[in-house]
Every structure is written in C-alpha cells, then in structure tokens.
Write a protein that binds this ligand. Sequence first.
Ligand SMILES: [Zn+2]
Length: 210
Amino acid sequence: MDKAKQQVVPAKCVHCSREMTQPVLCDSCASLNPLPAVTDHFALLGLPRRFELDEKLLHERYVALSRHSHPDFHANDDPEVRMLALQVSSSVNDAYRTLSDPVLRAGYLLGLLGGTSMAQEKSVPEGFLSSIMMLQEEFQDAKAAGDAKTLGDLGEVLRNQKEGFLRRVRTAFEQLDSASACEAARQDVLHEIRQLLNAVAYVRKMMTLM
Ligand SMILES: [Zn+2]
C-alpha cells in the first residue's frame, strides 16, 4: 500500500483559503469543505489509519463535525451547502459508529488493508472451538438447572475471553505497523487477526444468549 495515501494531506479552505489541519471542517472559519473524492473513515475524521486510536480525539472530531454539519446549523444556507452538510453528517455518523467499536474498527481496517475478506475467512484460532463448545454445554446445563451463580460466572469468562482476543488483535496490528514485516509475515498476521475477530464474533453471539 502507498504510505503517502494514508496520510491526511492538509488542504486550504475553499472559503477562507487558510491552511486546514483536518479535513472537511475549517479550523479558521468553521465552514464545511467538500468531502474528498476518495476518503475513508480515518481520513474523514483526520485520524491516522491504524487500530490504536486516540479515543478522546475521535470523540472531539466527531462532535465538532456533527455540530457543524447539523441541518439546523445550515437552515438558512444555499441548497448546495445544505446538501454538503447532509453528506458530511451521514458520513461522519457512519465513520464514528465504525471507529468507536474496536471490533468494527478492526474489521474495517482489514478491509482497507486488502487480502482475504472477513466474509471469506471462516477459521478461528486453534483450540477455540473446543473451548467454546465446553462453555456452551456448561451454559445449557446451568440454564436448565436455573443456576444463576454459574451463569454469572460464565458471563464473566466470556467477557474475559473477548477482552483477551481484542488485546491480541491490538498486538497483531502493532506487528503490522512495524515496517520490517515481509509480505508473507504480513499475510500471516492478517490471517491471525481475521481468526481472532471470528472468535470475538462467536463469543459476542454467545453473550447475547445469556
Ligand atoms: Zn476556512
């Protein structure tokens, strides 16, 4: 992937011509600028394209863009400006919803990085299926017996599992960021992340049944 394309290029505001430090919303005159033709959720919010992100900054950017693209804010503007505000508003909501959830963010980032899609990847980490099947049996027994204590404990086990997988996802993405990785190693890491996300999806689904 072309590294340069991942960087958010500072542009000049089309309204006041001053340098912008983030896309779309001008820091100087607070007006909306056209959405870049090719963009992604990270670029839209002016964030680097990586898994680890500054959640405070993500929220700040979201709030600023939402406020400035809100229809009420543009009620007296020209139709083109109102149309742009609607576009920005919908893109920003989409971006925030995806990036604020670590599981969705990881899946989205994988999509940007290319390779096998999540839909094509069905495998899970080694040993995961037998452990989740054991938990499932324990869960069914506890439910049949009305054993609230065990059900609570199982919920805790699942939460811990999910957190553990997400920590491994974070570590794997960090490995990808290290420039030394050769293409084969990179593909292995991407494969591992997809497996981990599949495991998280299983665990999440089971948690909703509890
Ligand atoms: Zn401006």
